[in-house]
Every structure is written in structure tokens, then in C-alpha cells.
Design a protein around this ligand. Sequence first.
Ligand code: GTP
Ligand code: MG
Length: 322
Amino acid sequence: MVDNLTELPGVGPSTADKLIEAGYTDFMKIATATIGELTDIEGISEKAAARMIMGARELCDLGFKSGADLLDQRKTVWRLSTGSDELDRILNGGLESQSITEFAGIFGSGKTQVMHQACVNLQCEDKLLMNEGALNEDELKEPKAVYIDTEGTFRPERIVQMAESLDIDGQKVLDNTFVARAYNSDMQMLFAEKIEELIKSGNNIKLVIVDSLTSTFRNEYTGRGKLAERQQKLGRHMALLNKLADLHNCIVLITNQVAARPDAFFGAAEQAIGGHIVGHAATFRFFLRKGKGDKRVAKLYDSPYLPDSEAIFRITEKGIHD
Ligand code: GTP
Ligand code: MG
């Protein structure tokens, strides 16, 4: 998607071309860019960059909002059951729209399974919880999911198996789930950008999944020298996901790998990848770990409005449940 960049203050056709050539094809990318990034483009001064960014932020509605507007927006929040009542309970009812929920954990901890279950539950009416009277009738009509798969672990057979155990049509779930395999971070970011187009062409996208958020970035940006660049890009990706959640009342779920904490003297020995950029952009953060047999423990932490707490659930052939 290419926006008409000449709508921005101080941008004529030739500057617009330069911006597009440098990859700044739409207002959102400019709104979330830094002045330093834009002044890297030849012929753009600091002052001009600042004006463009401010202009783009206004067009993207990234300015001030009144508290009353925010309260109205909060009223349209809806929830999706994870499949486990325990897990839903510590989330205050289920996975929440207008926010990003992160599931971090080691391999086999169940992150991908939770993502598959969310796609299935989205097609199950009694797994959707709405604020009474606050949603318009069409809001959750024929909801669809987008699954950005960076590790090649999306399994349609597993979706069908989970759906059948809930007595819903597995084919219907697959029809309503767009899957995109991203082989690198550029593809991953591009797919996230394309979601806007899917919505514009009439798909009621209500669930966006990135599984996993950080593996491509981690592979491509190795070493200290690349860290700043990686974080900047990751920050832009998170900003876009947040915008989707906010503007389209979507649930956004991300999975994340963990790394050993070098300074783990107190507290957990592992932490989620991505640092503050990911931590601050995600509203709800979970740490998953394996328990006995098919049991899994999910720990909710760092939430701005919910207490730290733990839930135990199971992963069986039926899917995620208590
Ligand atoms: P990575 O992506 O490797 O970091 O792991 P992950 O956290 O995404 O783990 P994933 O969700 O893939 O969980 C895999 C685990 O789920 C397996 O070890 C099994 O315990 C369980 N699991 C997956 N599929 C099935 C299934 O069909 N039946 C049962 N009973 N368990 C399953
Ligand atoms: Mg996985």
C-alpha cells in the first residue's frame, strides 16, 4: 500500500519519491520513524523530518485523545477464551482485544498450541465474550484470523483435530484463518502491513497471531553491533501490531523465545527476548513452563492492571483445557 505522501507538510512529489524509495511508503511508517532515520535520506533536513513525522502522526490519529474517548473505546473490548477457564480467569475473562498478549517460554512449552487453539475458538460463538450492548452487531460477524508463521509450525491437521473436539467444522476454521509463512523479518513485517489491506477488502480480521515474534530478528541481527537496529525494527513492528489492535478492535497474540539471564542472581533464570521494546508494547505477558505430564503452568507478570498470578492448564489431543 502506498499512501499519497504529498499530503504531508513540506512534502512535494520529489521528496515523496525519495521517501518511497527508502521504504517509507505509508503514513504509519513515517509516523513511527525517528528524525534520525528520515534525515538519512538525502535532502531531508531535521526540521523537515520533524514536520513530516508530526503530520503523519496526525493523519494516523496518533495524537492526544480525551479520557472520555478512551473510555468509550474500552467499552468495545471483547474477549476470547483460551480454552482453559483457569487461564481465562487470571486474564479477567479471556484474551483481550485492543491489546497485545505475549506468550514466552522454552521449546515445547505450548506457545504454538495456544495460538492454534485461539484460531479454533474464534470460530466458536460461545468462546467469544462481549461487553453487553457495547459491540455493534457486525463487530464479530464472521471473524477471521491471520497467522504469521515464522517457524513453519502451523499445522492445519492440528486445527481440525482441535475443532472436532469442540464439535465445530475444522474446514470452517481453516477457511477463516489466513496463514502467511515468513522466512525473514522483512517478510514478517510486510505481512503485518498487509493485514490492513485484508481488512479494507472486507475481511473482518479479529485475531492476529505472530508465532514467533523474535526468531527471525534473532537470526538476522546477531552481535551487539546490530542490536540497536534490531530493536528499532522490532519497535516499528510492535507499533504496527498495536495500531491494528487499537483501530480494528483485534486481539493480537505473539509468541516469544526466552534466553538465559546473565545476571540471574535473584528471580527467574530466563527472560523473554526483545527487551523493553517488546515488554512495553505487550499489555499482557505470560511465561509458560512445562509441568508434570501434559500440564503447563502459565505465569502472568508485569501487567499494568492485573496482579501477577499463575494458572495451570493441560495440552492434550483435544487442545488447551483445564
Ligand atoms: P517452540 O515453538 O519449539 O519454542 O515450542 P512451543 O512453545 O511453540 O511448543 P508447542 O506449542 O509446539 O508445544 C508442543 C507440545 O505440545 C508437545 O511437546 C506436546 O506436549 C504438545 N502437543 C502438541 N500437539 C499435540 C497433540 O496433538 N496431542 C497432544 N496430546 N499433545 C500435543
Ligand atoms: Mg512454537
